[in-house]
Design a protein around this ligand. Sequence first.
Ligand code: SAM
Length: 295
Amino acid sequence: MNSLLQITKLLLHKQGIRVRKYLGQNFLIDEEVLHKIIEAVNLSPDDFVLEIGAGPGILTKEIAKRVKRVIAIELDQNLIKTLRENLKNYPGVEIIKGDVLRLNLKSLFPANIPVKIIANLPYYITTPIIMHLLEQKFPPFTRLVIMVQKEVGLRIVASPKSADSGVLSVILQYYSKPELISIVPRKAFFPSPKVDSAIVRLTIRKNPPVQVVNENLFFKVVRASFSHRRKTLTNSLLKSQLGLDKEKITQLLADAHIEPDLRAQSLSLQNFAHLANTLIKTTGAQRHRYCNSGL
Ligand code: SAM
């Protein structure tokens, strides 16, 4: 038995803990992969780190050895005891029992401190967690290293204008520079999930690479464009919640110099920005209706 598997089983056994699959509990037991994550974050002694979904705390301990402060969030009350026990000799670690989607992350750190985020994410809520972090403009986080399902990882790093691109890749490329660090086989976890994983690094941009007049509208246009990925842009926008009729869409695409028969996967980040900015210009009177609700 490899040593991380042994340690994990021991930690769980000590507190009589059963693995809860519905919480995405697939614990990392591969030392090499663990160090790839640590290297990818590039930690230094003054760093503040947020770890999401700390599990039994094996990764947490490796982070704690290298930085000033770690806030480790874990939802499962059963694991909190294990975490406290496992990390009792690391005063820089604060363990918080809670659902990351409901926590005010800003309040956990001193104001204006750059924070790095590490998360071996439960697959079932990967996208909501990433969007939650971006929507909170949680601040100022500089780098995010996440373990996600392989297919999601490949989608995140797909450049716009490629077959794999989607809402997540466009929005993430707007906020960050995504990189694929490594593909991780399923046997690197206990228990093994049914799919392979990927480590992805998102380095947050100081400024977005394109100028958008209204971010909410930009995100809405991206979502609307991909709402029916197999259909042409015209049909996707028509069937979306933007509420534009065919005549307005034809005019909008003409004004934005975008071919109406293209699919969303063929558009660049610049194209999406231009489309959203043109929509504001051409529907000035209705700006309010499109722009004021969230993502
Ligand atoms: N970090 C550990 C590791 O690398 O082995 C555990 C990773 S495991 C894939 C995901 C962890 O996230 C589990 O411990 C699970 O209980 C926790 N979790 C699930 N949903 C969560 C949520 N909404 N907020 C915080 N933690 C959550």
